[in-house]
Write a protein that binds this ligand. Structure first.
Ligand SMILES: Cc1cc2nc3c(=O)[nH]c(=O)nc-3n(C[C@H](O)[C@H](O)[C@H](O)COP(=O)(O)O)c2cc1C
Length: 373
């Protein structure tokens, strides 16, 4: 019988259990994208019991940062700090991978630089003018992902995760809401997958056949006209053929269009609304897994209760990610593994964590005043 404590082998990596720290942008990095003491503290505290730790969205280019303190792998000078972070995580017994991202037009504003990369210039922030990418920009982006992946490998990470979710740049290409291109990078789900496929193939070529590549994808976008599960299955099959080993399944749980400063913006959040139960994404994750067959990670309000245990035991989902609950109580994973979920200090879903980074501030939590610990 598979339990949360069962080990798992994925290619050449072995996880001691089924629990995963999903990527969580903390805004604790330096303005140069470097690892800081606070980053080391945050990850050390949350690696103690985890099988796998996925380091937060790390930018492949200086213009692709989500927040001013996003970590970076766009320059060789960032490798040594990342190597320290890898050692910190591995010393606690967890496997360490890093999420590679370009925020596209969801990036922080930059003066006098070409930024705001976008498939079709949909606006996300009133202070960032999107810039429709041309063929040259696309070649550069593929190159940036591959170079960052090679730096991740040099830093000692056990694998990389390509961020294809949450309406950041690759997700904007995958989504019919944001990709209106008439060239080969747009059109139906297969066309919209072209950029992600070219990136995965190039990263695979550069990292070699054995190096684990994860891909984070929205199972669906709950916005009228958004990416459907059907689209995601088409895209998932293509990505699997291109070299993805594991899918990290997430979603746009809520969002839509709104007017700010006379601009129509698209908003989207990965957080399930309060009225949704723990493990509410399990059915979507199973539906994707059934079609693709590769190992998956499920996410969505896991922590207190039996949802994680059941997803692994009954539904055969390989891994369970615990987000906000690990910000709030870093001992959550250990308590779940010991069957002591009643001792978990509950996240009250106030969304202060999202709100603080959304304002460009350091991530804070109403319950855990001791962050980064
Ligand atoms: C403050 C904060 C930052 C996040 N940053 C990232 C990120 O960098 N990359 C990513 O893929 N997801 C990010 N997420 C989403 C989480 O990985 C996770 O999917 C989400 O919180 C849902 O899981 P939960 O219900 O257990 O919190 C973030 C979530 C929070 C709360």
């Amino acid at each position: 019988m598979t339990t949360l404590n069962s080990p798992l082998t994925l290619k050449n990596i072995s996880l001691r259990n089924r629990l995963v720290l999903p990527p969580i942008t903390t805004n604790y990095g330096s303005s140069k994208g470097l690892v800081t003491q606070d980053i080391l503290h945050f990850y050390k505290e949350r690696s103690r019991d985890m099988g796998l730790v996925i380091v937060e969205a790390t930018s492949v280019h200086a213009t692709g940062r989500i927040v001013p303190g996003s970590l970076g792998l766009w320059d060789d000078s960032q490798i040594s700090g990342m190597a320290k972070l890898v050692k910190t995580i591995q010393k606690q017994g967890a496997v360490a991978i890093v999420q590679l991202n370009h925020a596209g037009a969801k990036c922080i504003p930059e003066k006098n630089k070409r930024h705001g990369f976008s498939p079709s210039s949909v606006v996300f922030r009133p202070d960032v003018e999107p810039m429709t990418m041309n063929a040259e920009d696309i070649v550069q982006l593929i190159h940036d992902f591959s170079k960052a992946a090679v730096r991740a490998q040099k830093a000692g990470f056990d694998g990389v995760e390509i961020h294809g979710a949450h309406l950041y740049l690759l997700s904007q290409f995958l989504s019919p809401l944001t990709n209106k291109r008439k060239d080969r990078y747009g059109g139906d789900a297969k066309g919209r997958a072209t950029l992600a496929l070219e990136i995965v193939r190039d990263v695979r070529k550069n990292l070699g056949p054995e190096y684990p590549i994860f891909f984070r994808i929205n199972a669906e976008e709950r916005i009228l006209g958004g990416q459907t599960l059907e689209d995601t299955v088409v895209i998932g099959r293509l990505l699997a053929d291109a070299g993805v080993d594991v899918f990290d399944i997430t979603l746009i749980a809520q969002g839509g269009w709104k007017e700010v400063d006379n601009k129509i913006l698209l908003t989207g959040s990965s957080a399930l609304p309060k009225d949704q139960p723990s493990g509410a994404n399990v059915a979507l994750t199973i539906a994707f897994k059934k079609e693709i067959g590769l190992p998956v990670i499920a996410v969505g309000k896991f922590g207190i209760g039996q949802a994680a245990v059941n997803a692994v035991k009954n539904e055969k989902i390989e891994m369970i990610a615990i987000g906000r609950q690990m910000i709030c109580d870093p001992k959550t994973a250990g308590k779940m593994l010991a069957g002591n979920d009643k001792d978990i200090i509950a996240c009250d879903e106030c969304l202060k964590c999202f709100a603080t980074i959304g304002k460009g501030e350091r991530m804070a939590c109403k319950v855990n005043q001791d962050l980064p610990f």
